[in-house]
Design a protein. Structure first.
Length: 165
């Protein structure tokens, strides 16, 4: 008589690793470009923005075992990207890291270069509304600011961007 090891249960022929990978690919296909724009506008650094987006999507893949993984919405992902960007900016400021400034090649348009001159709170509001599918109430909640302040930030930012174009 031989003793055989216990085999892991087969879940309809697909392992959890395959499901997570497929879910990650689907999240990238649907959301990566817009999330990268949000992070790029906030951080003003494309490499750091790519890292934030990949971290966000990797974290979202943990929800693949939910009954309906499509519950991970674009607004939730954008909120996660925003909070990760704020954390990165805080650590940059706290430790006074000397990060290289963006090259002119990194700015694809005049609009993008106009965004980089705005204060961070204005940039975050513009990024969440334009690229993150947030409405004003969601943006106010994400930024932890009153709705009137967010509205003022957006108005001021759009006026400044328009003046620089």
């Amino acid at each position: 008589m031989t003793v055989h090891g216990v085999r892991p249960p087969i879940r309809q022929g697909v392992t959890s690793v395959h499901r997570e990978r497929a879910f990650g690919v689907e999240l990238c296909r649907r959301h990566a470009e817009a999330l990268a724009l949000v992070a790029s506008v906030i951080l003003a650094n494309n490499d750091a923005a790519d890292e934030v987006v990949s971290d966000t999507i990797a974290a979202a893949c943990r929800f693949v075992d939910r009954p309906d993984p499509r519950e991970v919405t674009h607004a939730q992902l954008a909120r996660s990207v925003y909070h990760r960007c704020v954390g990165r900016l805080a650590s940059r400021e706290r430790f006074l890291w000397a990060w290289p400034e963006r090259d002119a090649d990194d700015c694809p348009s005049f609009g993008m270069s106009a965004l980089t001159t705005l204060p961070i709170s204005h940039r975050a509001a513009v990024a969440l509304v334009l690229f993150g599918d947030h409405d004003l109430a969601q943006t106010a909640t994400t930024l932890s600011l009153p709705l009137t302040v967010v509205t003022g930030h957006l108005r001021d930012a759009l006026v400044k961007i328009h003046a620089q174009l």
